[in-house]
Ligand binder design. Structure first.
Ligand SMILES: [Zn+2]
Length: 277
């Protein structure tokens, strides 16, 4: 299925998307080329296009996590925006580096003979300014980006309704940047804002395992079950087989009996199997 999807993405676009991702999985940074795939953020069955904006590079494992809902759409969209911004910033900083005078060898071919002339050219190449870094408040695109960050944080907040989490995160954000209104954020601060967001998000993800272990376990149960359904295997067959393959001392009859560590191992294995099947 993935092969078919990928095959239909024009090579030129595929190249762009891999460049943006620096040929790494967007989530786990795996660089093994053979495991990298392109995921349609908005499924093609839902009208998602083969456009760079709708595509993200992920490894097979992380692709399964998306398929089985362990990584949510919000996670994927957020990650895509991060990639976009990182690539944009890299481009912008490359363009603000003062151009160095260049010395080079200039080769010319005249008529039927091959005349080489060595000359030094000291005129720096003109740098085209593609990225506009505005002095002043954030643009509407940047506003949208901040909104998406806050939304992702609100959605990832455990034990609180989205309606409560949303204003709470806006409050934290404004406080962190000493703002009355978020629109006052300066364009130049977007880098810092992104760093803030990533930090909050990382903390949130770490917190899920320790602060909301039930939630964490439930997500794993659901994913393992979906993987098993996909493979068409039953508990009776799959559990003993997994216990054996993972060299567990005692077999298990319910996922609920597994330690955190073993649950994670079963999860990794089941998702990998489902992918291969
Ligand atoms: Zn990955």
């Amino acid at each position: 299925m993935n092969e078919k999807k990928r095959a239909s993405i024009p090579k030129k676009i595929e190249k762009l998307v891999f460049q943006e991702a620096q040929s790494k999985c967007a989530f786990c940074a795996v660089t093994d080329v053979h495991s990298l795939e392109i995921h349609h953020i908005r499924g093609r069955e839902d009208g998602g296009a083969n456009e760079p904006d709708n595509l993200i590079v992920v490894c097979g494992n992380c692709h399964s996590k998306i398929t089985f809902g362990v990584l949510s759409l919000a996670d994927v969209v957020t990650k895509k925006r991060e990639l976009y911004w990182t690539a944009r910033q890299a481009l912008a900083s490359a363009q603000t580096t003062p151009p160095q005078p260049k010395t080079g060898i200039h080769q010319e071919i005249h008529g039927n003979g091959n005349v080489q002339s060595i000359n030094t050219f000291t005129t720096p190449p003109t740098v085209k300014k593609v990225i506009e870094r505005r002095e002043g408040s954030i643009t509407s695109d940047e506003c949208r980006q901040v909104q998406e960050w806050i939304e992702a944080l609100a959605e990832g907040t455990i034990g609180m309704s989205r309606a409560d989490a949303y204003p709470m995160w806006w409050g934290y954000f404004k406080k962190a940047f000493h703002l009355e209104k978020y629109e006052e954020l300066q364009s130049m601060q977007m880098v810092e804002a992104e760093r803030w967001f990533r930090m909050q998000r990382a903390r949130q993800t770490r917190g899920l395992k320790s602060k909301a272990p039930d939630e964490w376990r439930r997500e794993r149960y659901t994913a393992i079950k979906s993987a098993m359904t996909k493979m068409g295997v039953t508990n009776e067959h799959f559990y003993p087989e997994v216990a054996c393959r993972l060299k567990m001392k005692t077999p298990f009859t319910s996922l609920k009996h597994l330690t955190k560590r073993d649950l994670q191992r079963v999860y990794d294995l089941a998702l990998r199997d489902a992918r291969m099947s």
